[in-house]
Write a protein that binds this ligand. Sequence first.
Ligand SMILES: [Ca+2]
Length: 334
Amino acid sequence: MSVLLRRAAALFVCLTAVLFLGAPTVSTGSGPAFAADLRDASPAAEKADDEPAIRLRFGDHSIRSSVMTVSVMPGESIPLTVANASELSVRVGPGGGEAVPGLGGQWLFRAPDAPGTTTVTVRSPGRDATIRLQVFVLQPWDHRGTSIDGYRIGRYQPRARRGLTSYERPRGFVRVTERNRDLRVSPNFRLSQFLCKQGGPGPEFALIDTELIQALEAVLTALRERGHSAPTLHVMSGFRTPFYNRSIGNTTVYSRHLYGDAADIFVDADNNGWMDDLTGDGRVTEADARYLARVIQSTLGEGGTFEGGLGTYGPASHRGPFVHLDFRGYPARW
Ligand SMILES: [Ca+2]
């Protein structure tokens, strides 16, 4: 997102917060009815199996799965709207936070003041639809020092590449615990699939990006439509701390893995730890990675409109072919 867009979004959040001042503080209930919405007329045939019948916006994100993850800062207020349902129930917890109904069918979610994990469940009885948001309340970090609670983070570049907000230093991290590490972050993915490989004896920290997870779900659906019945995608590498990224020999200081919106993936329906033969030619080569990249490209944006990174890699001695996907904010192909 451009700086201008980001400022507009910030202004919107401020204005929304003003609208909500003085609203009653409740965690459940029904929002006011929406005016008729032209977008209601979109054909149902475009919907994927997992796609819910209500269109939920949580801050900047349009939520496209019945289960999705979002990350927020402690105490942060995020506007929440559903464009095509009048009767809504919004439930928060048990990890804390609250949801307040406001004007024009909007709700305002206020995150708990302490880092941790909570949920927001939005239900429309009229449309028989439910969306559950897994909310990670990030542990704030000011980038002084190089570790949090003994977990090595390393250093992020203080200057955002190209001035893009996507390259600004993370405001905080998901604190990974035994309780949340296997949480389902979407219908077909778990938090544990995206954690940094550095591990450690103490607490771990991570970043997980909503748009990345939504894209992986969409790609999985597209693969299934093409007859590849994988239960999930194998994530070879998701989040990496700058410390870990350096330790495995990477010299790039702006890798999208550091920002939590990159994944190195392959299709592994037979679960043998290696890319499947997607092209059906009896061999597993870079052509299979290119097949996957084409599916990703056509799912995320025809004609090169996808504003992210997409690259293929052929097999090496210790691993098979794979595809790198990220949400850097501008198109890059290799
Ligand atoms: Ca092949």
